[in-house]
Design a protein around this ligand. Structure first.
Ligand SMILES: Cc1ncc(COP(=O)(O)O)c(C=O)c1O
Length: 408
C-alpha cells in the first residue's frame, strides 16, 4: 500500500510564502458547482461541454494510428513554440474565408484559448490596468486576468451584445489596456454583436488607439442567420483574435490559436515559452490531420444540425415550463442561452433547490467581474444533454422556480 505524506502532522505556514497576486486568484465557481453535478441522475446545463456522443472518435483514432506509424519521431518530439507549421497554414487559409487575412507567421498555437487569455494577461496587464469587458462576460477571462490584478471596467450588454455606444464615454475618461469582446454567440449571454456595433467598436478603438481582444470559440457554430464580419477583419492592426478546436472538434485535445499583428505574436511566443514551451505536438498533429482530411468541416456541419435542434428544444421547453415573468435570449449559434427568472428569484439561492430537483445551471452572478448583476439570471447550456433530457431538465427547473415563487 502506498503511504502518502500527511501534511497535517507537520504544519508549515505556507500561506506566508505566497505571492501577493494570489490574493486575487479564486477557484472557478463553475468548476466548484459542477462537482455537485457529477451524479449521473443530475441533468446539467452548467458546463460549456460539447455533446460527447458526437466526438469523431474513429477519425481521431485513425489520425493517431497514422501519425504513430508514419511520423512517430516528429509526433512525440518537442516542437517549436509557435506551433505545427502545416496547422498554422491551414488556419491562415480557413480564417481568410472569413476575411481575416494574416500570414501563418502571425498565428500562435495555444493550449486552448484559455492559455491565450492568460498569455495576453501576462504581456499586457500590470496591477491596476483597466480592462474593458462586457457585463456579463466569460468567467475564464475574469479568472485569467484577475491573477494579473486587472481592474475590470464593465459595459452592459443588451440582446445585441455589448452596448458599444457606451464605450466612448468610458475610454475618454480611463486609460484602457484592452477591450475584450465576444461578438459571436456570447458566453454566457448567447448574444451576437450586429455589424453596425462592430464598425462602431473599431471606430472608437482607432480614435483612441486601443487594442481589442476578440474571443471567438463559437463562430463556426451558427444555426440561423448569416456570418458577420470578424472584428479582426475590420481592424487587423489592433485586434488579437482567439479561436479553438474545443467546441468544433474536442476540448480534450487542448488546441487553440491566436492571430495578431507580428509584434504582439512575438511577445505572446515569449510569454508561452515560460508557460509550457509549446502546445502538445501530438495533439496539434491530430487536429491538423482531422482538419486537412475534411473531417472537421463535415463534423461542424453535423454539430450545427444537432445543436440547432437542441437549442430549439430548449427554447420550446422554456416557453412551456417556466413561470410568467421569465425571459431568455434567442441565440443564433453557440452553446448557451441566458435566461432571466422573475425579479424576486435569486438564482444563487435557488441552486440547492434545483440540485434537489436533479438539475443544474450556472447562476448569473458568476459572470459579473464585480458580482454586481445577474442575480435573477442563469446560463443554460444546450449542447451537452440529449433533447429528451433538455425537456426534462427545463421542466424540473421550471418546477423549482414555481416552488420558490410560491414560498415568497
Ligand atoms: C469565450 C470562451 N473563451 C475561451 C474558452 C476556453 O476554451 P479552450 O481553452 O477550451 O479553448 C471558452 C471555453 O468555454 C470560452 O467560452
Amino acid at each position: 500500500m502506498t503511504v502518502y505524506a500527511n501534511s497535517a502532522t507537520t504544519h508549515v505556514d505556507w500561506e506566508r510564502f505566497l505571492a501577493r497576486r494570489t490574493q486575487h486568484m479564486k477557484g472557478s465557481a463553475i468548476r466548484e458547482l459542477l462537482k455537485f453535478t457529477q451524479q449521473p441522475d443530475v441533468i446539467s446545463f452548467g458546463g460549456g461541454m460539447p455533446a460527447p456522443e458526437l466526438f469523431p472518435v474513429r477519425e481521431i483514432e485513425e489520425a493517431c494510428n497514422y501519425l504513430l506509424r508514419a511520423v512517430p519521431k516528429q509526433a512525440l518530439q518537442y516542437s517549436t513554440t509557435e506551433g505545427y507549421p502545416p496547422l498554422r497554414e491551414y488556419l491562415a487559409d480557413s480564417m481568410a474565408k472569413y476575411g481575416i487575412r494574416h500570414s501563418p507567421d502571425n498565428i500562435l498555437i495555444t493550449t486552448g484559448s484559455q492559455q491565450a487569455l492568460d498569455l495576453i494577461g501576462k504581456i499586457f496587464i500590470d496591477p491596476g490596468s483597466a480592462v474593458i469587458t462586457g457585463r456579463p462576460t466569460y468567467l475564464g477571462a475574469i479568472q485569467a486576468w484577475r491573477a494579473y490584478e486587472a481592474e475590470f471596467v464593465t459595459i452592459p450588454l443588451d440582446d445585441d451584445g455589448m452596448q458599444v455606444e457606451l464605450l466612448e464615454d468610458v475610454v475618454k475618461r480611463t486609460p484602457v489596456r484592452l477591450i475584450y469582446i465576444l461578438p459571436n454567440f456570447h458566453n454566457p449571454a448567447g448574444t451576437t454583436l450586429p455589424e453596425d456595433r462592430r464598425h462602431l467598436l473599431v471606430e472608437i478603438a482607432r480614435k483612441y488607439d486601443l487594442l481589442i481582444v476578440e474571443d471567438d470559440p463559437y463562430g463556426a457554430l451558427r444555426y440561423t442567420g448569416e456570418d458577420l464580419i470578424p472584428i479582426a477583419a475590420l481592424a487587423p492592426e489592433r485586434t488579437i483574435y482567439l479561436a479553438t478546436f474545443s467546441k468544433t472538434l474536442t476540448p480534450g485535445l487542448r488546441v487553440g490559436w491566436s492571430v495578431a499583428p507580428a509584434e504582439i505574436t512575438q511577445r505572446l511566443v515569449q510569454a508561452k515559452q515560460g508557460a509550457d514551451l509549446h502546445s502538445s505536438t501530438f495533439d496539434q498533429m491530430i487536429a491538423n490531420d482531422v482538419a486537412q482530411r475534411g473531417i472537421l468541416k463535415a463534423h461542424v456541419r453535423k454539430l450545427r444540425q444537432v445543436y440547432k435542434e437542441r437549442r430549439d428544444v430548449m427554447l420550446d421547453a422554456l416557453a412551456e415550463f417556466w413561470p410568467e415573468g421569465s425571459s431568455w435570449t434567442q441565440p443564433q449559434g453557440g452553446l448557451f442561452l441566458w435566461a432571466r427568472t422573475p425579479e424576486s428569484i435569486d438564482t444563487l439561492k435557488l441552486f440547492p433547490r434545483a440540485l434537489e430537483n436533479k438539475v443544474a445551471y450556472v447562476p448569473g452572478i458568476n459572470f459579473y467581474p464585480h458580482e454586481d448583476g445577474g442575480f435573477n439570471a442563469m446560463r443554460l447550456n444546450f449542447s451537452n444533454a440529449q433533447p429528451d433530457m433538455i425537456v426534462e431538465g427545463i421542466r424540473r427547473l421550471g418546477a423549482a422556480l414555481k416552488d420558490e415563487l410560491a414560498h415568497k
